[in-house]
Each structure stands twice: as C-alpha cells, then as structure tokens.
Design a protein around this ligand. Structure first.
Ligand SMILES: Cc1ncc(COP(=O)(O)O)c(C=O)c1O
Length: 388
C-alpha cells in the first residue's frame, strides 16, 4: 500500500539531532550532542511527594479531562512569576502547553500560510524550523552578531508574519542579547509592524547575573512569549506555556483544543504542588551552580586542547558552546571520525534555515560530568588536528 502524503508531510524532516543521538547512545561515546538537561537536577523526591499529595487530595479532578487553557492556579503562578521578570501579564493570557515545542507548533498553525514569510535568527533552534515547516513558510534568516539580530538587518524581515527570537542563551549559539539590543530589536520590529515570538526556555539558567527583561515586556501587544518547565524541573513532564495578547489568544486556544484538548491535568497539578511554595527559589540556583561548573570545565578543556583557528564565545548561561572551526572544515564530515574516536557533537549546519556555515558545531556542557567533558574535548581536538 502506498500512501498519498499531504504536501505538509513532504516538508517534515527527521531531526538531525535525534538521528545523531541514536548513534551516540552507543556505550563508550562521550556525547556532547544532546540538548538534554542533566537528570541529576530532576527533583525526584519533590515530584514523588507532590504526585502522592495530588492523588490523595484531588485524584478524580486530576485524572479527569481539564480546561484547554490549563490549570488555573498554574496559570496564575506563571503570571506572577513573569511579573518578577518585568513582564506584566494577566493570567487569562497564559496558555499551558505540552512543552514549549507545542507553543511553536500552535504559533505556526495560527500565523503561517503557505508561502508567507517567517523571520528567524541565523542560526536558530532547529526544533522551531521543524515546527514551522509543515505550514510551508518561506523562512528569512536575519543576520546576527554576538549580541543577537542586528537591528538594521531586520529590514529583510519586513512583511513577515513574525520574527522568532531566542534572547537568552540561545540554542544553538549560547548568546544572550543585551538590554540595549533588546530595545533596538523590539523597537525596530514594532516600527515594521513585525510581531515577535520570544522563546525563553533557558532564561533561568544564568550563571552570574540575571538576563535583561524579555522583549515582550516592551511590546506586549505585538509579542507572543514562550516558557517551559523542561529545564528547571524535568522535560518528561512536557509542560510549557505561552503568553499571547488578547487579540491572538483565542485562536491559539482553538488550535490547542484541536491539537490535544489540554496538556496533562495530572502533570499540571503535580508541578503546581511542587512549585507553589517557592521550591524553584532554592532548586534553580543548584542547577545554575552545577551548569556553571560544567561550563567552566568545558571552557578550560577548549582552551587546553582546541587547535588554533577555532573560535568561541563563553556562554553566560544555558547549556551550549557554539564553536566556529577554521574556514574550510566541514563539521558534518568530521562527525563520523569524531564518533569513531568516541565523541559526538551536533554539526552547526542543521541550525541554519539557509546558507549553512559548515564550519560550526554545537557542544552541550550539561549532560556529561566534567571528567568526561575533558576527555570529549581532547578527542574532538585530536579529530580536528588529524583532519587538518
Ligand atoms: C529553544 C528551544 N525552544 C523550545 C524547546 C522545547 O522545549 P520543551 O518543549 O521541552 O519545553 C527547546 C528544547 O530544547 C529549545 O531549545
């Protein structure tokens, strides 16, 4: 039987990262490829206690179908928490999603027509490109420097349905936009009438100082903000949220209803039970401290081992180093040789919507312990020197 595929299915691609992860699951490989949080940060005991509490106190409500908007106390918690970051929103503007990945899909479903333009950073999060692709956009990549999108380059995005931005510790580049750049980009987008979709799964994972307030705080009626519990609690919960202006919220809600009716009510109640008394105030700093030490281990290993001609900036939060190899080196071609030696990374080309830079790669510093980071970077450097 051969199935006639929909045009949108033709646009769907396997994630190169998931393909690479399959290879790196082999024993003995130091994988710096995955974007997975460290499982040692998952608050297992708190989750167990909260799950027991929910099942004891409200078992039937927790296991019943629930509101598409999300569990009201959790929506209120999100609104209060965002207010602390300078983003004042009403709880009615919060939609609980099945991971922020679903938020990206809903935004694509509601805002993209076939052939319409969507602007992204260069490079950008591969999962967003995957989420938008079935809606058949024409992707426009905005030129960036170490501080994010260059405001004058936004002209290329004129007429796009939205500009997708990752201001905090971007996946893959690790960069964090300064307050000045946020203001410039937000003002330029506003002048162009270009809505902003601001994705912020890593903002809490800062090492030395909190990142500046979200762009959405500057232009809330033109922005959609996405957040996630994946990096501060656990990704297996599949819980995130979006905040949308009242003019857009009802359509996103309808798209959500069609997609999955609602995100798991049980998980939402358990998460709320865990965080409602301020659990994250103590928990998130432990994640920051751990990731900062891992960042330092990778920085030291890179400085010690990498051959001349490689360039990176040291991330001040998040999970990734972004490495530029000498011109002419193709990271994709390098990968099988690196895996043979026992180390894996993600070639950077996957993160470009067009004109990929083949001499780039992404390294995660959070999933493997410092001793393995040292070993992995040494192996990567050997592979590079051998290929030179
Ligand atoms: C930039 C970015 N956005 C969204 C997601 C999706 O996160 P989740 O669906 O787990 O909230 C990720 C996951 O790694 C990410 O890196």
């Amino acid at each position: 039987m051969s199935f006639q595929m929909a045009r949108r299915a033709e646009r769907m691609n396997p994630s190169i990262i998931r393909e690479i992860l399959k290879v790196t699951e082999k024993p003995g490989i130091v994988s710096l490829a995955g974007g997975l949080p460290s499982p040692d940060t998952f608050p297992v005991e708190a989750m167990r206690a909260a799950a027991e509490h929910v099942l004891r106190e409200n078992p039937r409500e927790a296991l019943q179908y629930a509101a598409s908007e999300g569990y009201a106390p959790l929506r209120e918690w999100v609104a209060a928490q965002l207010a602390g970051q300078g983003l004042r929103v009403d709880a009615d503007q919060v939609l609980i999603t099945t991971g922020s990945q679903q938020g990206l899909d809903l935004v694509g479903k509601v805002l993209i027509d076939p052939g319409s333009r969507v602007a992204v950073e260069r490079p950008t999060y591969l999962g967003a490109l995957q989420a938008f692709a079935p809606y058949e956009p024409e992707i426009v990549s905005v030129e960036c420097d170490d501080d994010g999108p260059r405001p004058e380059a936004l002209e290329a995005a004129r007429g796009a349905r939205f500009l997708y931005l990752l201001p905090n510790f971007q996946n893959p580049s690790g960069r964090c936009m300064s307050a000045a750049r946020r203001a410039q980009v937000s003002d330029a987008a506003r002048a162009l009438g270009l809505p902003i979709v601001e994705d912020n799964p890593y903002g809490d994972l800062w090492f030395d100082s909190e990142p500046p307030p979200p762009l959405t705080a500057r232009w809330s009626e033109g922005s959609v903000y996405l957040g996630s519990f994946s990096k501060v609690l656990a990704p297996g919960l599949r819980l995130g949220y979006l905040v949308a202006p009242p003019a857009l919220y009802p359509k996103l809600l309808q798209a959500k209803q069609a997609a999955d009716l609602h995100s798991p009510g049980f998980n939402q109640r358990v998460v709320h039970e865990v965080i409602r008394e301020g659990f994250l105030r103590d928990h998130v700093p432990t994640i920051r401290a751990r990731y900062k030490a891992q960042r330092d281990a990778m920085r030291a290993a890179l400085e010690r081992h990498m051959p001349a001609g490689c360039r990176w900036t040291v991330p001040v939060g998040g999970m990734f180093f972004w490495i530029e190899l000498p011109a002419g080196v193709d990271a994709l071609a390098l990968l099988p040789r690196a895996v043979e030696r026992g180390v894996a990374f993600v070639p950077g080309a996957a993160f470009y919507a067009d004109h990929p830079l083949p001499n780039t790669l992404r390294l995660s510093f959070v999933t493997v312990p410092p001793a393995q980071i040292e070993q992995g970077i040494a192996l990567l450097a050997q592979t590079l020197k051998e290929a030179a």
